[in-house]
Ligand binder design. Structure first.
Ligand SMILES: [Zn+2]
Ligand SMILES: [Zn+2]
Length: 367
């Protein structure tokens, strides 16, 4: 099934600013939110579609990628969107702007765990070729002894008698009624009389989770890889947050990079630039032979197709750009100086007498 254009989904121009996109998204999300449209499949579909579009267009990097390539695999293998994601990701917006959640629901409602961010520095070659990297992530997890309830074996959390499970109590002050956090349960809505010994009633423990993150070949510097459910544990049966691995790429000794193009810069003597020469050029795999054309000027750039970096989640490959810097010699011998002077005069006035003199000189040297 072909997907609708993200800009069309949100009803904004391709040139829309972030503020315009945010505004358009909020309006659609608000009108179609499942809480306001129970059992309305159409609204739900519209809501999801808008959330997906917003997830891409709000992110500068993803938006640029989308503008260039359209609906390709945006996340280099980490794509996909499920219902939970939408709520976990946009939960903040709903709570902050729409007043969903919060006091209107029970204090015991499941909440999504926090997202985690991990900065991972990789080498240029790892980025170019892709790699699987082992990470150790300190994070919270549900306590295995009590299953996250915080209550000791054989018991369970009981509804708070003071607030009736709401987590809030109301205080009358003159004509006003104020809501405040229940002092007995600290807003949790439940009380644990026999705390789990392992987590001391918290329901969460700290763990160091080992996991493998797959770096797609050709990954961009600054790319965020999302590992669903690898963030902090949720509360009250809520899903875990996500882990975002933010990629930083080290500079390379041999290559520079421009998008998916590799840049190799090399120096050649001015004689070879004038006459043309075969040079050896490294690529990500083996060395190749490249023919510098005669008459090459310093700073000239030559393109070798398909020898660059792969596009993540795509079959295309960038190019290798060879930048040629022409070197002028600085430590000439007396003989070289003499020859160049003769050559210089030859350039100034084409003199056959000089040419034969130069030829003789060359013969003397080369033999
Ligand atoms: Zn209470
Ligand atoms: Zn426990």
């Amino acid at each position: 099934m072909s997907k609708r254009d993200y800009y069309e989904v949100l009803g904004v121009e391709k040139t829309a600013s972030f503020e315009e996109i945010k505004k358009a998204y909020r309006k659609i999300a608000f009108e179609n939110h499942p809480d306001r449209n129970p059992d309305n499949k159409e609204a739900e579909a519209r809501f999801k579609e808008a959330a997906e579009a917003y997830d891409v267009l709000r992110d500068e990097e993803k938006r640029a990628h989308y503008d260039r390539f359209g609906h390709t695999d945006m996340n280099g293998g980490f794509g996909g969107f499920t219902n939970e994601d939408i709520f976990s990701q946009f939960g903040d917006i709903f709570e902050n702007f729409f007043g969903f959640g919060g006091g209107s629901r029970s204090a015991n409602r499941p909440t999504v765990g926090d997202d985690l961010r991990y900065n991972l520095t990789i080498t240029f070659r790892q980025a170019a070729k892709g790699d699987d990297v082992r990470l150790t992530i300190p994070r919270t997890a549900n306590c295995p002894d009590c299953g996250g309830t915080g209550a000791a074996e054989g018991s369970k959390p009981e509804t708070c008698t003071q607030c009736g499970g709401k987590g809030q109590v109301f205080v009358q002050q003159g004509p006003f009624r104020f809501a405040s956090t229940c002092p007995k349960c600290q807003g949790k809505g439940t009380v644990i009389s026999k705390p789990c010994p392992r987590c001391k009633g918290d329901g969460h423990i700290q763990e160091k989770r080992e996991l493998t993150v797959h770096i797609p070949a050709g990954v961009y510097d600054g790319a965020r890889l999302r590992l669903r459910g690898e963030g902090e544990a949720g509360r009250n049966g809520g899903p875990n947050g996500d882990l975002y691995v933010v990629i930083r790429i080290e500079a390379d000794k041999v290559f520079d990079r421009d998008g998916q193009d590799l840049i190799y810069s090399t120096k050649i003597p001015f004689t070879k630039a004038a006459l043309g020469a075969k040079i050896k050029v490294p690529t990500l795999d083996e060395d190749i032979e490249f023919e510098v054309p005669k008459g090459t000027q310093s700073g000239a750039v030559y393109r070798v197709k398909g020898k660059g970096l792969p596009y993540p989640g795509d079959k295309r490959v960038g190019d290798l750009l060879i930048e040629v810097i022409v070197e002028t010699p600085t430590d000439l011998t007396a003989e070289q100086t003499e020859l160049l002077q003769a050559l210089d005069s030859l350039f100034e006035k084409h003199d056959s007498k000089l040419t034969s003199k130069l030829k003789k000189k060359l013969k003397d040297i080369i033999g």
